[in-house]
Design a protein around this ligand. Structure first.
Ligand code: NAP
Length: 253
């Protein structure tokens, strides 16, 4: 099984790469520089998996395209690399800042998912997007980030609708609130004392890689809220067409 985890140099991406690494698996880890991946490689190699490092700045579409072309036959793609928002009110965000967040958080996953999906159709494969509560809520600041995560989730929905019948399994996985460089840099988390353990999101994504959650393809999963046992039971039961999707809510709901 050949798996790419973007943004695996630290934080949640490193935890995911480690959790899915098994003997017989080829784990491709990515960040902006090869050097930044040294610790992740060491950690994952100890599991017996084969590890390959890739560098690409995903704020540059040409680099995302190059990374996609390096891996034409993935079995699983984890779109984890991402940047946080500006933490300013919408009218104080510059078009350049807005565009930069969207390029890394949406355009790059679009490029990587498109390439991966083309090779997975009728062969089978998994695409996992690192979603967020931001995908399904409104907030006054950081419109660039909130918009990016909503768009990413909608993109996942498109891939699901287009490819599920042909073997594509797409998951939106929100990690809870994990203490990482990203959250530590955000004012909204100042003084926070409760964090989601990264093993929760990594465990869910490992279960996806093992095929245990196929029945939940196309849904939004929330680490820190959904337990693996519940998710396994729901996967066996199957989900209704409107469950855990981004949809119009009725008045008064
Ligand atoms: P993090 O600690 O800041 O790590 C971000 C990762 O993305 C790093 O490996 C970084 O690599 C990579 N990255 C950033 N900009 C990049 C670029 N332009 N090109 C290529 N790689 C880039 O973040 P995290 O908290 O682990 O978040 C991981 C994902 O989970 C993100 O998509 C985030 O939106 C999502 N998320 C996190 C939380 C949370 O509680 N932490 C909550 C909701 C959603 P280098 O800097 O080494 O290149």
């Amino acid at each position: 099984m050949k798996i790419l985890v973007t943004g695996a140099s630290r934080g949640i991406g490193r935890a995911i790469a480690h959790a899915i690494a098994r003997p017989g698996r080829e784990i491709h880890v990515h960040a902006r520089s090869i050097e930044a991946l040294a610790e992740t490689e060491e950690l994952c190699r100890a599991t017996g998996a084969d590890i390959v490092r890739h560098a690409a700045d995903l704020s540059q579409p040409s680099e995302a395209l190059r990374l996609a072309s390096e891996l034409p036959d993935l079995d699983m793609l984890v779109n984890n690399a991402g940047v946080s928002g500006t933490e300013r009110l919408p009218w104080d965000i510059t078009p350049e800042e807005f565009d930069a967040t969207l390029k890394t958080n949406v355009l790059a996953p679009f490029i990587l998912s498109s390439a991966a999906a083309r090779s997975m159709l009728d062969r089978g494969g998994f695409i996992v997007d690192l979603s967020s509560g931001a995908a399904v809520t409104d907030r006054a600041d950081s419109a660039d980030y909130w918009v990016s995560k909503t768009a990413l989730m909608r993109l996942g929905g498109s891939f699901h609708e287009a490819g599920h019948d042909r073997g594509l399994k797409v998951f939106e996985v929100a990690p809870g609130v994990v203490q990482t460089d990203m959250t530590l840099s955000m004012r909204m988390h100042d003084g926070r004392s409760e964090w989601t353990d990264p093993s929760e999101v990594a465990g869910i994504i490992a279960a996806i890689a093992d095929g245990e959650l196929d029945g939940l393809a196309g849904t939004h999963i929330r680490a820190g809220v959904d337990t693996l046992d519940e998710l396994r039971a729901r996967a066996a039961r199957g989900v209704g067409s409107g469950e855990r999707r981004l949809r119009l809510t009725p008045w008064g709901a």
